[in-house]
Design a protein around this ligand. Structure first.
Ligand SMILES: [Ca+2]
Ligand SMILES: [Ca+2]
Length: 279
């Protein structure tokens, strides 16, 4: 189980870590291997820029960094107004992170000691049928709903819910769209009070399901065919899996609360259970 605990300054000459203004970004998921070496990394943003820390025998070392103002494949990095997340394997390989700004959305990945943003879309762009807007879209979680080994991006807006996936041309396109008021199986979609709180493969079929909560209760949505639908839960999900999901849910909420507090005060102790349960 990867650890995201952070215990001090990286020992490189320059440091992306800038004390209380730094934000630890890689606490919401276990898939944080940005370099592709099979080991989890720590992603940080600070008033200086962004960086990735990897655990070496003598401590944490920065393996990639970029200063604010860098042009990352056309993306103007500015941690003052850039927001990061969710982290996912959108290309099916190493971890990548969605980055948003008032201008639009990109997918940021590590490239050697730096970063690039191979996918960008300005606010107002139509991705398939979904009109992407960083003004009112809520992004996440990342989930491999179709089981092809690549994560999709779940996005909600005042209109409804969409699923964005990498397209053949390398861009993003919507693979699922559902307006508020639509019945997804037995679940009545209303993004005004629905929250997608977790993605996990609850039934072990290799496809992630989405755990959705509302004032009414909790539902599980899965991609069946080309549509999201509520998954018959009690008969197909073993108690063992549900326990893992609940532990993950509780821990992800604890982590989310700390994330909203938004500060790494010298060290971060992170709940160890994965935010996305797989077995
Ligand atoms: Ca997928
Ligand atoms: Ca599944």
């Amino acid at each position: 189980m990867p650890s995201t605990a952070y215990g001090g300054m990286p020992r490189s000459g320059r440091s992306v870590y800038q004390g209380p203004g730094s934000r630890l970004l890689s606490v919401m998921t276990t898939h944080t291997d940005f370099s592709g070496d099979g080991r989890a990394d720590v992603l940080l943003a600070s008033p200086w820029g962004i960086g990735i820390l990897g655990l070496a025998p003598d401590g944490l070392r920065s393996t990639a960094m970029a200063a604010n103002g860098s042009g990352l494949g056309g993306w103007n990095l500015q941690t003052r107004d850039n927001r990061f997340g969710p982290i996912g394997r959108y290309g099916g390989g190493a971890a990548e992170v969605v980055v948003t700004s008032p201008w639009g959305l990109g997918i940021l990945r590590q490239r050697g000691p730096g970063f690039d943003v191979p996918v960008m879309a300005a606010t107002g762009t139509r991705l398939g049928g979904w009109v992407m807007s960083t003004t009112d879209n809520v992004l996440g979680p990342a989930a491999d709903l179709d089981g092809d080994g690549r994560d999709e991006l779940v996005v909600t807006s005042p209109w409804g819910l969409g699923v964005l996936a990498r397209a053949g041309d390398g861009g993003l396109t919507s693979t699922v769209m559902a307006a508020n008021g639509t019945r997804l199986g037995e679940w009545l979609l209303n993004t005004a009070d629905n929250d997608v709180v977790l993605a996990a493969d609850l039934d072990g079929d290799g496809r992630d399901e989405l755990v959705v909560v509302s004032p009414w209760g909790l539902g599980v949505l899965g991609l069946r065919g080309d549509a999201l639908t509520s998954v018959a839960s009690n008969t197909s999900i073993s108690p063992h899996r549900m326990i893992r999901v609940w532990v993950s849910l509780i821990c992800s909420q604890r982590v989310a609360m700390r994330s909203h507090l938004g500060r790494v005060a010298g060290r971060a102790q992170v709940c160890g259970a994965p935010a996305r349960a797989r077995s």
